[in-house]
Write a protein that binds this ligand. Structure first.
Ligand SMILES: Nc1ncnc2c1ncn2[C@@H]1O[C@@H](CSCCNC[C@@H]2Cc3ccc([N+](=O)[O-])cc3CN2)[C@@H](O)[C@H]1O
Length: 267
């Protein structure tokens, strides 16, 4: 069995609720401390959009998983946001959130925090409804395919977001680099890519599933972006404090990159 097929097999046991519990509840989601990893991620994303340089018609979120926090600061800057994931269980979680079904994960602490740090006086219910209104497509994706969205691919997006996906679905570094190259076909030349991921992680848990992760360093990520034709505007790293090493993975840190796909070279 190819190692990519093995990755797909391993995801069949992925449990969205366990995954959310492990990574998006306290202690990792502690909004009282700016030093905590979730506020750090939200601040990186909010600050990336304050320049006003990142905007357009469509943003695609690559490997959304069962989360929407990564889209909260984006929703003011795009007409349409397309969420994607490999697993139907995750796409179903996202659809239920968009439809406002009551039994879902409570993202309100995240929405309130983002409204606070954006400082625009936006009410959290207003931002919640705005994102629900923009999240119009939730599509299947496979980043190991040269056309990750298959026949659904429309015109290239103005921007991409991806959080914790590429390294968690790639068995090795060449596969990670190919996956990045594949998803880059979804982005227009000159388009912006906001990428968040795990540093030096080799596994993580999501209920019964124990998923392998290809450990990547800052240098590995920068090299992969350079090979895929990106200019890096900003690269930040967060060092996971011992208090947040809670056994759900062996992640050493988290990286945030604001990269831009170089325009096509004119001959
Ligand atoms: N072939 C594929 N193409 C696209 N997506 C695919 C494919 N296969 C699986 N997927 C899809 O990709 C997956 C995305 S979730 C990946 C989780 N990454 C590791 C985890 C995340 C995390 C989160 C937060 C923090 N923190 O400190 O705050 C740390 C960490 C480190 N551990 C999942 O949705 C799957 O459904």
């Amino acid at each position: 069995m190819s190692s990519i097929v093995a990755v797909g097999e391993s995801y069949q046991k992925f449990n969205p609720r366990a995954y959310l519990q492990n990574n998006y509840m306290p202690p990792r989601a502690d909004f009282s401390s700016e030093d905590c990893v979730v506020p750090w991620k939200l601040r990186c994303l909010a600050e990336a959009f304050t320049t006003g340089d990142i905007h357009g018609r469509t943003l695609i979120d690559v490997g959304s998983g069962p989360t929407i926090y990564q889209l909260l600061s984006a929703c003011d800057h795009f007409e349409e946001i397309i969420a994607t994931d490999y697993l139907e269980v995750n796409r179903a979680v996202l659809r239920r959130w968009v439809q406002g079904e009551p039994d879902g994960f409570d993202w309100s602490p995240y929405i309130k925090h983002v409204c606070r740090i954006e400082g625009k006086g936006e009410q959290w219910k207003e931002k919640e409804q705005k994102l629900r209104g923009k999240l119009r497509q939730i599509l299947p994706i496979d980043v190991h395919q040269p056309e990750p969205l298959g026949s659904q691919v429309g015109q290239p997006a103005d921007a991409l977001v991806s959080t914790f996906c590429l390294e968690a679905v790639s068995p090795d570094r060449p596969s990670f680099e190919r996956a990045l190259s594949n998803v880059t076909t979804l982005l227009k030349p000159g388009g912006h890519f906001l990428l968040i991921g795990a540093l030096e992680e080799s596994f993580y848990l999501a209920g019964e599933a124990k998923l392998s992760v290809v450990p990547v360093s800052e240098a590995d990520v920068k090299e992969a972006l350079s090979k895929s034709g990106y200019h890096i505007h900003n690269f930040r790293s967060y060092l996971m404090p011992p208090s947040l090493k809670i056994g759900v993975d062996d992640v050493s840190g988290v990286f945030f990159v604001h990269a831009q796909k170089k325009p096509v070279a004119c001959d």
